[in-house]
Design a protein around this ligand. Structure first.
Ligand code: URP
Ligand code: ZN
Ligand code: ZN
Length: 460
């Protein structure tokens, strides 16, 4: 068949909803309009009556096949991108870690090799800078040419991942000159290390203490400091995984005076409570991720931040470690539990079910924060992030009357738990198209491993 016609559905974009058809050819959207008059011939017709047609999800924060805290994340590019596709995400931007002793360019090549012939959806890469060796800054323009126009730096994890403030300034300046942007993990690592030491000295070693070691102020202080340093470096700044009311306020203040500051939060910070850290035994380890889960007040502030525009992206921060591995690696106290949790498969369903269906956000806002804005922020728009003519035909067919059930037993993520166990959510993803090809249909993966393309991203 030359053409695919999605007809009878409601197309949603950031500015509204239209009852219209989408015509797809050679992986792209060739026309949007009413095509009921077209004769059968060369057209595969797909009835989308009653369905919402959404641009494929763009998840700009995943860690696939990634070395972290002495182990490797549980999903590789095959299982991770299949899980993404099943959950309506058709593009990821994954973090390539700089490996100790390697250059940025070599580390990027290592990560690109891991993705080759494995990805089921399209993917780009950020580069994490964890060791600012002489010459690292000179590689930023080369990375940019390779399509890696964003760099992550850490203000926490001294001794392994963290850069100091001067190094952060250097990276911000170098990135800005290269046309790239810096993504910051904002937590005051030194204070966190002190609090953690105090807790452990008091015998507070269990996994739930991870939360107490990383109080909201450790994030807020780092956010405020990073904004000031970016201002001094005259560079744009993007915050990953923000969790607190104070951080949202700091970003809003910066934006209100015209600073190029943007920020994301993640599915779990919007929808999950810190109460898991009070559970007995090793259960809290499932939520040993950084920053930790917060209280209701912070969650409400995050939803408000999305609605006001202070926050513009919801990512998954998919960084899966099996519960079994967390148990195996725990050592003497919570500090050695690998930090991270799963989420790429359930980001779209959870944000739709908890956000749109519970009227915290509109469906247009949903499209903006899960697809359009992440694509714009990370140099993928207009190829990704909308359903306009010429865009890649990445389309999610969502039934607002359907229901999504989540459980570890039925998920595609290669991990033995989910933080949304037993959830039943309004809205069901019926079909997902990646560049015009059906990859998910009625709960089955029908795509092809290896079909995902590396995305050369534009600069900032
Ligand atoms: O706990 C998390 N978020 N682990 C992944 C690494 C990071 O900081 O994003
Ligand atoms: Zn981080
Ligand atoms: Zn992360």
């Amino acid at each position: 068949m030359t053409y695919t016609l999605l007809h009878g559905g409601t197309v949603v974009d950031v500015s509204g909803q239209t009852l219209t058809d989408i015509l797809i050819k050679d992986g792209e959207i060739t026309a949007v309009g009413n095509f009921s008059h077209l004769s059968e011939g060369d057209i595969q017709r797909i009835d989308c009556t009653g369905m919402l047609l959404l641009p494929g999800g763009v998840d700009v924060h995943t860690h696939l096949d990634s070395p972290l805290m002495g182990t490797t994340t549980a999903d590789d590019f095959e299982s991770g991108t299949i899980a993404a596709a099943m959950g309506g995400t058709t593009t990821i931007v994954d973090f390539a870690m700089q490996t100790p002793g390697s250059t940025l360019l070599d580390s990027l090549q290592v990560h690109r090799e891991k993705a080759k012939h494995k990805a089921a959806i399209d993917y780009g890469m950020h580069m994490c800078i964890t060791d600012l060796y002489d010459g690292a800054i000179d590689e930023l323009p080369v990375l940019r040419q390779e399509g890696v126009s964003s760099l992550k730096i850490f203000m926490a994890y001294r001794g392994t991942l963290m850069l100091n403030d001067g190094q952060m300034y250097d990276v911000l300046k170098g990135a800005s000159k290269a046309g790239s942007q810096v993504c910051v993990h904002a937590e005051n690592g030194d204070v966190i290390d002190r609090i953690a030491e105090e807790l452990v000295a008091q015998g507070k070693t269990g996994p739930g203490y991870h939360e107490l070691a990383r109080p909201p102020k450790t994030e807020i202080e780092a956010v405020e400091r990073a904004i000031r340093i970016a201002d001094m470096a005259e560079a744009p700044l993007y915050f990953v995984h923000l969790t607190t009311e104070g951080s949202v306020e700091a970003v809003a203040r910066a934006r209100s005076v015209g600073m190029p500051v943007s920020a994301e939060t993640c599915t779990h910070y919007l929808t999950l409570d810190r109460a898991i850290y009070d559970e007995p035994g090793f259960e809290p380890a499932k939520a040993v991720l950084t920053p930790p889960l917060r209280t209701f007040e912070h969650r409400e502030a995050l939803w408000r931040g999305l609605n006001s525009g202070a926050l513009s992206v919801v990512s998954s921060d998919h960084c899966p470690f099996c519960f079994e591995d967390k148990q195996r690696l725990v050592g003497a106290d919570f500090r050695s539990i690998p930090n991270g949790g799963p989420g790429v498969e359930h980001r779209m369903s959870v944000v739709y079910g908890k956000g749109v269906a519970e009227r915290k956000i509109t469906i247009e806002k949903f499209v903006e924060i899960t697809s359009t804005f992440p694509a714009q922020q990370f140099g993928l728009y207009p190829q990704k992030g909308h359903l306009g003519v010429g865009a890649d035909a990445d389309v999610v067919v969502l039934d607002p009357q359907g229901v999504t059930q989540i459980s570890a037993g039925s998920q595609f993520q290669n991990i033995d738990y989910t933080l949304y166990e037993g959830w039943s959510l309004p809205g069901e993803i019926k079909k997902v198209f990646s560049r015009g090809k059906l990859v998910a249909a009625d709960g089955q993966f029908v795509g092809q491993v290896g079909n995902g393309k590396y995305l050369q991203r534009a600069g900032y």
